[in-house]
Ligand binder design. Sequence first.
Ligand code: PMP
Length: 366
Amino acid sequence: YGPSYVRAIAPYIAGKPISEVAREFGLDEARIVKLASNENPLGMPPSAQTAVQRAIADLGRYPDSNGFDLKTALAARYGVGEDWITLGNGSNDILELAAHALLEHDQSVVFAQYSFAVYALATQGVGARAIVVPAKAYGHDLDAMLAAIEDDTRLVFVANPNNPTGTFVPGEQMEAFLKKVPSHVVVVLDEAYTEYLDASQRYDSIEWTRRYPNLLVSRTFSKAYGLAGLRVGFAIAQPQLTDLLNRLRQPFNVNSLAQAAALAALGDRAFLEKSAKLNSAGYKTLTAAFDALGLEYVPSHGNFVLVRVGDDDGAGARVNIGLLKEGVIVRPVGNYGLPQWLRVTIGLPEENETFVAALRRVLGRA
Ligand code: PMP
């Protein structure tokens, strides 16, 4: 059944849940450490938990279709009108909405090798054509991406920082790129990990949306805000573009608990700061361990690190199985064309230690 471009899709591979790994490897669930999906190891902020508890009373009603309270807060935070905001069921929803809204069958989309898997899925899902631009030092080669734009290109996806490699393009380079992208091509700037950037690396992409009508900035509550399970993301772009996405959006795409939690988390700056601090300390722990083991890694600007665990193309899968047997779930990235690497999410200090100890054992370096 179905069109050939749908049958050709290779499904998204998500991190295995703890219960499945426990059953498959005969392990105690409580002892399993999951560092596979770039989640916030602190979990959901207490402020959001309180908001969810309150919102439960209203679950007999539909969610607010337009997300009035959350959009009002986001508009105030970012200094834009509510008509500049699209809410999504996670930012994946935003990425898909952009593909649905902007692409016709057989038009093309430009994105980088080793960039987020959903770009290919969203492209294929509408029967569009992917132009995958070779990575430079595991990150985006913006000049090559510019050169790759064809007459029928309507969309460019850029992740900054990028997943799964953690690479980062400085603001000046990103803006120089935006200046050169033809105005009929929309750039989706996916900033899922932006809250983890050092203050010195921050740039104001929301300000850019005022100057570039073809820019859509995508953000999420799944990472630093700690709400991955609730599924909330949002996009900021000029009203004309925002209107297109909102026409296609499911009327109740963000549920009531998610809206309430996101509103609370948005106001909880202390939690964001705590998350970012924990992350940079964890990054130091992990990279020091990789250095000690002589393992290559890609310097990361997100809440995860891509590490090369062997020289042969079976290495990632083999070490991954070894880690699973030890009760540690990380992410193999063979599907990204990185079979020698694993992506590990930065966890709590004790989780990082458990992972490092398990990795040493699996590599025979204990
Ligand atoms: N963009 C990037 C770069 C990501 O890594 C992720 C999460 N893996 C997402 C978007 C989507 O996250 P969510 O749908 O939870 O917002």
